[in-house]
Design a protein around this ligand. Sequence first.
Ligand SMILES: Nc1ncnc2c1ncn2[C@@H]1O[C@H](COP(=O)(O)OP(=O)(O)OP(=O)(O)O)[C@@H](O)[C@H]1O
Ligand SMILES: [Mg+2]
Length: 379
Amino acid sequence: MTAISLRNISKSYGDHLPVLRAVNLDIDQHEFCVFLGPSGCGKSTLLRLLAGLEDLSAGELHIGGQRMNHVQPAARGVAMVFQSYALFPHMSVFENIAFGLRIAKVADAEIRRRVAAAACVLQIEALLERRPRALSGGQRQRVAIGRAMVREPKVFLFDEPLSNLDATLRSQTRIEIGRLHQRFAQASSVYVTHDQVEAMTLADKIVLLRAGEDMTRQGSIAQIGTPLDLYHRPKNIFCAGFIGSPRMNFLPARVLAASVSGLEIQLLNSGEILVLPGSRPMPEGAAVTLGIRPEHLTMNASHAEGPRLSLTRDVVYAEQLGEMTYVHLESPGANPLLAKEPGSSSVRAGERHKFFFSTASCHVFDETGDAVTSIGNRS
Ligand SMILES: Nc1ncnc2c1ncn2[C@@H]1O[C@H](COP(=O)(O)OP(=O)(O)OP(=O)(O)O)[C@@H](O)[C@H]1O
Ligand SMILES: [Mg+2]
């Protein structure tokens, strides 16, 4: 069931260029939807539009089947958790959590029941009498989540709730948020982040947003899909470069021949010719970009499944991380290529090696950045 529907939504501040354009999106009941994208692409703005903290410049917003364009924030059935927890320093944890309910004139007994239930889920029962300054960052963030929970919203809105926490707490709290979401069968969650690990691990659905000229020309949404859709089948070069860490290698190339039965390309700088299965017709000479993820370039031929190709390159640098080795490869006239070898590789700078990749892991993008083939068919 659709919980939130956004139709042709755009947002500009004053006479400035639009911040968001042509946003069309459905979020289902109990779905965990993540807005992901670079700084400034409008993630927080989109969340604030859902919350009613900003007015839409154009478009239609429905929550729970009701048109929300001009509905007050408090009447939308949403609760927001911010990056800065914004707790009241002079109030106890209990009163911080209860604050919204007191404003809404909820009866005392009901407030006590809801705060106790939230504190139990969040495991902060022992902290209810403390002031926020006597809490750790992770505990403060839990109080902020508790404040949203007691309102029993239809939709939880999270704006980078983990970015003030250190690395260990981040991953713990991330898991807590995922588990909390699972407990609330009726509620949907919308979560803003620029951290792709958070997005990949929490999301049922990722909405990847873009900024700048591409946003103005093609709308804010670069791609919508499951985390693995975006990883295996990026629709455009922006998505391909944004999802995956370290990022995908891009090699400039030109088309020698292109038809539904195959694509023959020549890499611009090295002159190597590669033949890939399946394409769409494109004129000879058309500029394309070949994309290969570092984890799909391997020195061990048997690790590249099915039909495979190879590139022979000089190693310029090797970084040993224990569980893997990042092997940096010379790539004349382009950014260095990166291969991610499992384990501790004995490869050394100055050596020349063959790096294999399966044709199924290749991505090809046309001059406008749209995927021509995204053959990665694993799921
Ligand atoms: N009140 C405002 N008036 C004018 N411009 C604004 C206002 N709020 C935000 N913007 C602009 O809108 C754009 C999007 O801002 P937004 O905060 O939504 O980005 P974001 O994707 O959340 O970025 P970040 O990852 O840095 O938090 C930015 O260019 C920002 O400068
Ligand atoms: Mg933001």
